[in-house]
Design a protein around this ligand. Sequence first.
Ligand SMILES: Cc1cc2nc3c(=O)[nH]c(=O)nc-3n(C[C@H](O)[C@H](O)[C@H](O)COP(=O)(O)O)c2cc1C
Length: 171
Amino acid sequence: MSVVVTAPNPVIHPVAQREIFGALPTGVTAITGRTSGGSPRGFVVGTFQSLSLDPPLVTFCVDKSSSTWPTLRSLGRFTANILSTEQLHVCRALSRKGDEKFRGIGYEESPLGTPRISGATAWIDCEVISEVVAGDHFVIIGSIKAITPGTGEALLFRGGQFGEFTPEGRS
Ligand SMILES: Cc1cc2nc3c(=O)[nH]c(=O)nc-3n(C[C@H](O)[C@H](O)[C@H](O)COP(=O)(O)O)c2cc1C
């Protein structure tokens, strides 16, 4: 089922909106799946979140201009690969456009048949259960089928820069 979210259109400047929300740190997650012919595809989001524990659900937002999402949507399943601080190269490769993003990137197959990128801090295998149209993005809701912890520290993104979390009191 698809729900359309509309809102009044006050004068909110997109640059100001980007700047304010860009200051809010996010994780960096690669959403991966396959074409109907079996080729790996994926893209990077900062919007991946846990949504519900009972039932276990996740969510992320994808721009309507994404060329990869329609392919993943048609198979109805994806893996969310939570990238580590050692995987900046994976982030850069998958946040480009094109069909050759997986060149040189190692991965294994999940129980759903989706690619789990080697070296991620966790893999969350999901089936798509809902998609909401919200302005220039789609909000995707996925049902978690498997969670597998990996190793390493989560890569963070803030203000156009990548980094890692430093707990208070440590320099
Ligand atoms: C750190 C980071 C976070 C991003 N977050 C999102 C996001 O939440 N949603 C989105 O649609 N694109 C996001 N992007 C941009 C996509 O990864 C990028 O547009 C990608 O090229 C889309 O590829 P596609 O057209 O093959 O789907 C992000 C990029 C980076 C580097």
